[in-house]
Design a protein. Structure first.
Length: 280
């Protein structure tokens, strides 16, 4: 089966006001298969969030494309112009749950108004009644009372805001979702519920495949099929989840594991089907 997403030697850089180039992502390559989750772990500042922009071909100054390809459904989206990317790809084929999702909602607008604008931007043929019905159904699916649609973000808890952002990010049933540290600002119990929700959305086919990004390497044990460890803009180790977690080869991978309470080899792995598992 051909991968749904193929990244080949992708590199991006920032340009300073003095014209200097800062290479933030340096030749990253990997593939993502349908129904799989690819985990990316690394410390703050290693280039994870910059890579997210590269994967979505969002090259906005001071961020610039250097070289490489991002192939989705057989097309290299780094070659798309901004309008084609916005209309045909973003939100529909590939979507992002942003880092700092708790602050991603407009505090001056009700949830339904913000979400309606997102949908109309991609589907101008839809009317507000159709969009509100879609929102009610999707929010009910992820465990949110539809009355949340009439709330302002300030009226919601952190966990509820995270669910709202996930609901809006997956409204168009994207083939690939990039979750950029979706649980970093949450307590352990809310982390677990968010991860469970993402895995349930994959089981239901609403999310086709997922890239899960975190600075907590052990967290990926519960969600990822494969893991890449990122350091200074590069992948220094890539492998199956069990190998990276229990038998890391690169010194940096071992340091990431040593920095957090270790999992035992008999530890329980998250299973979306029987809802078991404990988030490290």
């Amino acid at each position: 089966m051909a991968p749904i997403l193929k990244i080949d030697n992708l590199a991006v850089h920032y340009k300073t006001r003095f014209g200097q180039q800062v290479h933030a992502v340096k030749g990253v390559s990997f593939e993502l298969e349908q129904g799989k989750t690819f985990g990316i772990a690394g410390e703050s500042g290693c280039g994870k969030s910059t890579l997210v922009n590269g994967l979505m071909a969002l090259f906005m100054p001071p961020l610039f494309y250097t070289h490489g390809s991002v192939i989705i459904d057989g097309e290299d989206i780094t070659k798309f112009d901004k309008e084609r990317l916005r209309i045909n790809i973003l939100g529909k084929v590939i979507s992002m749950i942003p880092q700092g999702a708790l602050n991603s909602l407009n505090p001056t607008r009700k949830v339904k108004d913000f979400a309606t604008d997102v949908m109309l931007n991609h589907h101008p043929e839809m009317n507000k009644k159709e969009i509100h019905e879609l929102l009610r159904n999707r929010f009910a699916l992820i465990g949110l009372d539809p009355r949340v649609l009439n709330n302002y973000p300030v009226e919601l808890s952190g966990g509820m805001k995270q669910r709202v952002v996930i609901g809006i990010s997956t409204l168009m049933d994207p083939k690939v979702v990039i979750a950029d540290e979706p649980s970093s600002a949450l307590d352990v119990s809310t982390q677990k519920s968010v991860i469970k929700m993402l895995m349930d959305l994959m089981d239901k086919g609403i999310i086709g495949s997922m890239i899960f990004i975190t600075h907590e390497l052990p967290l990926l044990y519960h969600v990822a099929d494969d893991i890449a460890v990122m350091y200074e803009g590069k992948f220094v180790e890539v492998g199956k989840t069990d190998q990276i977690i229990f038998r890391p080869q690169h010194p940096y991978s071992r340091e990431l594991m040593d920095a957090i309470t270790k999992l035992s080899s008999e530890g329980e792995r998250y299973d979306a089907k029987d809802k078991k598992g404990v988030v490290a």
